[in-house]
Design a binder for this molecule. Structure first.
Ligand code: HEM
Length: 452
């Protein structure tokens, strides 16, 4: 008997509403809706308001889309609205502009730079854990958000911990990010210009954020050139036109870099601590590893080899709850994907959450099992199956930054403290611009030396 691979299938999602299409499903129960789509095909047509879009449910097709960034460029439904707010910064830039921008910024994420940022990571984790007391009950998501925001602002802006402008960036950024998410997902146009309290708060936070970053840039222009990201942006020139980046472009790049680099890692760390607290066997194995490797001290990049289990925990967290849960593309030419002809201008969506919850690729996908990652993942998984950082040349520029930060932070926290939620507490996944656990009350108890 011969078996043949079924041909790629294109389907349509059921339950479209007149005019709204599937926008309501995507807004009200996005994760369930996305996870239901592979049952309808490898490429599933959904309605986004009046216009259709395709959701890529097949990992090979996702890989092809991600790695051919010229044909599948940034764009699509939510994206165009986001571009108004984020300018043409790295995640927003079209193919041509993106190439030179990325080349200018990539050196800021080379391994030697990550080593430099790791010093900041260590200082900030020490600062956070030093404030904890036995029995302290705190919102762990908030604590980790403060941690990662301090780390990314100090690293990206190459600033000292007590810099007043950096503190202002940290203060206003939350309000700005929340406001942007709302404006992208619920485009109510002129209503956002009505001077309500919320609109005024958003506008004032934007102004304060802009002023703070502009101040940092002005100070850096006046100082001798350095070799950090701000200096790289100030020295950058467009390959074709020879033009430097404008003041506003530099500011947008820095804002977006910081914006992309704190909630993502904080939410992933918060999910990690929650999942560990719910799985005693994982907690025991993690504690054994961090105690043997660190014995209570602060983790550094030299410890990464000794933290293999911690890294598997992080991989599994990023599989179950990828902070960047969905993104869009648009075709720039007529093309074919998963056997379907797509004219230029077709909107596409991909979701790491959807791909990483396919039961055929990740059996029992709701089970938290770091040992899934014992086998080298490339051995058994198709390309495009595990994409928490995306892929191709639009892959997250901060992936190594994030992985090192999360591994060092998780290991250092866990060799000093165990954190547990209230008995009977449940996790409510919050789907916003990033996927997160929302406020999470947990109580800290000292371990090892901290307990003595
Ligand atoms: C757990 C942490 C993180 C996750 C899950 C994550 C996820 C992602 C994903 C999926 C993309 C690709 C989006 C697409 O395909 O359209 C992306 C892009 C990006 N990320 Fe991250 N990210 C994380 C942390 C960071 C950090 C720490 C930074 C900066 C310090 C950062 C900066 C960026 C930037 C600038 C882009 C745009 C890259 C480009 O278009 O060339 N991210 N991220």
């Amino acid at each position: 008997m011969t078996t043949t691979t079924p041909p790629p299938r294109t389907g349509s999602a059921p339950g479209a509403w007149p005019l709204l299409g599937h926008a309501w499903q995507l807004h009200s129960r996005p994760l369930e809706f996305l996870a239901s789509l592979p049952a309808h095909g490898d490429l599933v047509r959904i309605g986004m308001g009046p216009s259709p879009a395709y959701v890529v449910c097949d990992p090979e097709a996702a890989h092809r889309m991600l790695t051919d960034s010229r044909t599948f460029d940034k764009g699509g439904p939510f994206f165009d609205k986001a571009r108004v707010l984020f300018g043409s910064s790295l995640p927003m830039a079209g193919w041509r502009e993106h190439r030179w921008q990325r080349r200018q910024m990539q050196p800021a994420f080379q391994p030697d730079r990550i080593e430099r940022y790791a010093v900041v990571m260590g200082e900030e984790v020490d600062r956070m854990t030093a404030r904890w007391r036995p029995g302290l009950r705190l919102d762990i998501t908030e604590a980790l958000t403060t941690l990662t925001l301090r780390i990314v602002t100090r690293s990206v802006l190459a600033a000292e911990a007590e810099d007043a402008a950096v503190a202002e960036v940290q203060r206003s950024l939350h309000t700005v990010i929340d406001g942007i998410y709302q404006r992208v997902m619920l485009p109510l146009g002129p209503l956002y210009r009505v001077p309500t309290r919320a609109n005024r708060r958003y506008r004032q936070a934007c102004d304060r954020l802009h002023r703070a970053i502009d101040g940092i840039i002005a100070a850096r222009r006046a100082a001798p050139p350095g070799d950090d990201l701000v200096a790289m942006l100030l020295a950058a020139h467009d390959d074709d036109t020879g033009e430097p980046m404008s003041e506003v472009d530099v500011r947008d790049q820095l804002m977006v870099m910081i914006g992309a680099g704190f909630e993502t890692t904080a939410n992933s760390l918060a999910f990690a601590l929650w999942l560990i607290s719910q799985h005693p066997e994982v907690e025991a194995q993690l504690h054994a590893e961090v105690d043997e490797t660190l014995a209570g001290r602060t983790a550094t990049p030299d410890d990464l080899d000794g933290l293999a289990y911690t890294r598997r925990v992080i991989s599994e967290v990023l599989r179950m709850y990828p902070a960047g849960w969905f993104f869009t593309r648009v075709t720039t030419a007529d093309t074919t994907l998963a056997g379907q002809a797509l004219p230029a201008g077709t909107a596409l969506l991909y979701s790491a959450y959807l791909l990483q919850h396919r039961p055929d690729l990740f059996p029992d996908p709701e089970r938290f099992d770091p040992d899934r990652w014992l086998k080298p993942s490339g051995d058994s998984l198709p390309r495009g199956a595990h994409v928490p950082f995306g892929g191709g040349n639009r892959k997250c520029i901060g992936d190594q930054f994030a992985l090192v930060e999360m591994t060092l932070a998780l290991a250092t926290v866990c060799t000093r403290w165990s954190v547990h939620p209230d008995p009977g507490a449940t996790l409510r996944v919050r789907v916003r611009g990033t996927l997160g656990p929302g406020p999470l009350a947990m109580t800290c108890q000292p371990r090892g030396k901290a307990a003595g």
